[in-house]
Write a protein that binds this ligand. Structure first.
Ligand SMILES: NC(=O)c1ccc[n+]([C@@H]2O[C@H](COP(=O)([O-])OP(=O)(O)OC[C@H]3O[C@@H](n4cnc5c(N)ncnc54)[C@H](OP(=O)(O)O)[C@@H]3O)[C@@H](O)[C@H]2O)c1
Length: 498
């Protein structure tokens, strides 16, 4: 049962708590760490598990990749010269890796952590759609198992919050519920998934590759293709969402009586309100359109403009995470939250394309070389893979075939050029296959549990009596205003200029 809360109670909940956080060097992790330290400076300690060889390098990573980033500026201003001391006191970097037994931590450290940790936030994941199967499996599947094992050893654990993704639903259409994925479940009728067999397949493939593979590059390619093949075998579009789905299955299966919350955000976009509107990291699917416009480098794109495009700003995800931890603390249950917008306040690529075009009409992008502006061209959008393929065939594949014939006639004089263009063509078609499930997405995420959480916050959006926001209602977003005034300038500032 979800507890009734208000912003003050959420802030108070985190006082004196020890929190283990994975994925803190990533986009969402940074937003989470900053928010906790800003709203509850009396949190006991944040233990940040960071991939590093030793404590010194873990500290170094936290400093260069986290606390010196722009998103920490408000906190820096608040603490002034005491900022470094505050960080030293509150943050404990732990060199480790979720894919290893005991998270790669030593026994003495583990004993201490088992005694101290109150909350675990598992945000670490390999987020590349086309990752090597062994790598994605190690972080997104075995990593969740290791975190769950660690959590079970903690004496006073109140919550394990695991960040998954709404797209564990694959390419299903219609209203998608906040339902757990059961062990063995797949998205393709007539198939059954055995996670142990997948691990065995990876191990066998590794042994075979070690014995027979001519190069590291070939090994990498084989492992990437294996991930894609296995994902598609069971109905998922790529190895990222496939392994995230398996991670959820394992957690549900192994958690026993652990209090668990699974967060499933859709596409996480730049900060809406706090601490730095527009701040973002990492190019998301929707940012490709904005970047292509800014550079005027791409005149066409595969995207269906009409169906709902589900995006949710990073600060809303973090606000919801904090409220969910406080609301479900010590409940021996597993609750799933879709942190999404498609049901409550849908937007679409059409609006994004219009906002982007209008933005660049008012702020013309320059070529960079001698500062002159581009003549802004509207992008052309194809709403089906078939139409996109026809266009690509006429515009690029046909000239490529002609080049091939000319090359033969010239005894290979144009071989290099032909190879390079072929490689580029194949790369674009490969990217299109990977991104199409998201640019042509037709599902809508039901968020009943998340709505309950919103309702449980007594004064909800209006509750500013502690001076902090815990809003996560997408209905409060005017999408055009957000894209035009916040997200697009953010993408330009943080993804293109930087
Ligand atoms: N971004 C989105 O649009 C989105 C949408 C839905 C769900 N999610 C989920 O939200 C979470 C955070 O996403 P993000 O966008 O912040 O990802 P991100 O920027 O790619 O960061 C991933 C983080 O996970 C860490 N990590 C990966 N493998 C690890 C391992 N084996 N051991 C320890 N740490 C490891 C990375 O560490 P290194 O710095 O060492 O690489 C990094 O800190 C993920 O679980 C993702 O699946 C993201």
């Amino acid at each position: 049962m979800t507890r009734e809360l208000d912003a003050a109670a959420v802030v108070e909940y985190f006082r004196g708590k020890n929190i283990l956080i994975t994925g803190s060097t990533g986009f969402l992790g940074k937003v989470f760490v900053e928010k906790i330290l800003r709203v509850q400076p009396d949190v006991k300690k944040l233990f940040l598990l960071v991939r590093a060889v030793d404590v010194e390098s873990a500290k170094q990573r936290v400093q260069t990749e986290l606390t010196t980033r722009e998103i920490f500026q408000i906190l820096k201003d608040k603490h002034g010269i005491g900022f470094e001391d505050f960080i030293q006191e509150k943050i404990c970097p732990l060199p480790g890796d979720i894919m290893y037994e005991n998270l790669g931590l030593g026994n003495a450290q583990l004993t201490e952590l088992y005694k101290d940790i109150d909350i675990i936030i598992n945000g670490a994941a390999t987020t590349n759609f086309f990752e090597r199967y062994d790598v994605a499996f190690a972080s997104n599947v075995l990593g969740v198992k290791r975190i769950c094992g660690f959590a079970k050893n903690c004496d006073k654990l109140k919550m394990l919050l695991h960040v998954s993704t709404a797209y564990v639903a694959g390419e299903q259409e219609g209203l998608l519920q906040e339902k757990p994925l059961l062990m063995g479940e797949t998205l393709k009728e007539g198939t059954h998934l055995d996670i142990e067999s997948e691990l065995k397949l990876i191990e066998d493939t590794r042994i075979e590759l070690k014995a027979n593979c001519p190069s590291e590059r070939a090994e990498k390619k084989t492992m990437k293709e294996l991930g894609l093949k296995r994902a598609r075998e069971f109905g998922w579009p790529n190895s990222y969402v496939f392994t995230k789905a398996m991670g959820e299955m394992l957690l549900g299966h192994l958690r026993g009586e652990l209090p668990v919350v699974i967060f499933r955000p859709s596409i996480i976009t730049s900060i809406f309100k706090e601490p730095l509107p527009g701040w973002t990291e990492g190019v998301r699917t929707i940012d490709t359109v904005i970047i292509a416009y800014a550079k005027q480098a791409l005149s066409f794109f595969l995207v269906d403009l009409d169906p709902t495009m589900d995006v949710i700003p990073g600060d809303m995800v973090v606000n919801a995470m904090m409220v969910a931890v406080a609301a479900n603390s010590e409940e021996q249950a597993q609750t799933i939250y879709h942190v999404t917008s498609s049901l409550r306040n849908p937007t679409n690529y059409s609006l994004l394309a219009d906002s982007t075009h209008r933005y660049f009409l008012h702020h013309p992008p320059s070529s960079g070389k001698n500062g002159e502006s581009f003549r802004l061209r509207r992008m052309r959008f194809f709403s089906t893979v078939a139409r996109f393929r026809v266009y690509m065939a006429i515009k690029y594949k046909l000239p490529l075939e002609i080049l091939h014939l000319v090359n033969i006639a010239l005894c290979g004089a144009l071989s290099r050029r032909y190879k390079e263009l072929s490689r580029k063509y194949n790369y674009v078609m490969h990217l299109i296959e990977l991104y199409a499930p998201y640019t042509l997405y037709k599902g809508c995420f039901d968020d009943m549990n998340t709505e309950r959480l919103r309702v449980s916050m007594k004064n909800k959006e209006q509750d500013t009596n502690v001076g902090y926001e815990f809003g996560f209602d997408p209905k409060t977003i005017d999408w055009d205003e957000y894209f035009y005034s916040i997200h697009i300038p953010g993408v330009i500032k943080y993804l293109i200029s930087d």
